[in-house]
Design a protein around this ligand. Structure first.
Ligand code: SF4
Ligand code: SF4
Length: 270
């Protein structure tokens, strides 16, 4: 890896961290996570083959793209707790966090694109939300897939990405011509259901039974629910969101990692 690439990766990480720490938002955050993938990673092509033939490749976003930057902005626990108070009613705090964080991600990606431009390389991004086809219920660019490919996390039963800081937060990503150091390949399981079958909290927390253990999410049911929620919070902005399934043991951490660490403690081996 060239020293310049490592330097650029550090600059990107610093920009994301500073923007989140200094965010002028009501919503408060934990430390963001940043990771990098090779734009030529075969898994981008596989999404197109297996999931959606219209899914964009990094090079569709930016011809000459060499790297993908993925970042996760995790909410502070009080945002999740507010949304967990009622089993059906979505909390204003959660909706506000969704709207504010999408805006923040937009600011971060604009900053990063400008920073990279100054370093002589182009970058491009899709918005944090709004790039969603309501007819097919798919996005042409998936921030979630970019996060998994870059090693930031793994998919949970609820079809959200569980990072080492959990799933309660928002993801952003961008592609760039810069050849950034690729984050170590990560195949670690973070969902307890996939790990040992010991959790189904997202299934039971969903008020509409949109999640099943057959590893499917009824996207239509989920989307209709989120659209209904949006109608109640138009004063906050565009907020097709619900998040009841994101309040389980994977909200703030990888519960599998916590379990493994607990099993490795001397007391638990006695
Ligand atoms: S709530 Fe449990 S089963 Fe659902 S995604 Fe999180 S860890 Fe997996
Ligand atoms: S976002 Fe809401 S409706 Fe959609 S799967 Fe999660 S809990 Fe169910």
């Amino acid at each position: 890896m060239a020293a310049d690439d490592a330097h650029l990766a550090q600059l990107i990480t610093d920009v994301v961290r500073r923007a989140v720490t200094e965010a002028d938002t009501v919503t408060r955050y934990r430390q963001p996570l940043v990771a990098f993938a090779d734009a030529d990673d075969a898994r981008f092509a596989r999404i197109r083959q297996l999931a959606d033939p219209d899914h964009m490749m990094p090079q569709d976003l930016l011809p000459g793209a060499r790297s993908v930057v993925s970042f996760f902005v995790p909410f502070r626990p009080e945002v999740v707790r507010a949304n967990a108070v009622h089993s059906k009613v979505v909390a204003e705090e959660w909706v506000q966090a969704y709207v504010e964080t999408n805006d923040l991600i937009g600011e971060i990606t604009r900053c990063l694109i400008a920073l990279l431009k100054k370093q002589g390389v182009d970058a491009a991004a899709e918005p944090a939300t709004g790039n969603f086809d309501e007819r097919t219920l798919t996005s042409r660019w998936s921030h979630k897939s970019a996060a998994v490919i870059s090693g930031l996390g793994s998919f949970g039963l609820h079809q959200m990405v569980i990072t080492d800081a959990g799933c309660a937060g928002r993801l952003g990503s961008l592609v760039t011509e810069a050849r950034l150091p690729v984050s170590p390949a990560e195949t670690r399981e973070r969902c307890l259901y996939f790990y040992d079958g010991s959790c189904r909290q997202c299934v039971t927390r969903c008020p509409l039974e949109a999640i099943s253990t057959e590893q499917t999410l009824d996207r239509r049911v989920c989307w209709e629910r989120c659209s209904e929620v949006a109608l109640r919070f138009t004063h906050l902005g565009t907020a097709e969101v619900c998040g009841k399934c994101a309040a389980g043991p994977c909200a703030f951490e990888s519960p599998v990692t916590t379990l493994e660490l607990r099993d490795q403690t001397p007391a638990s081996r006695e």
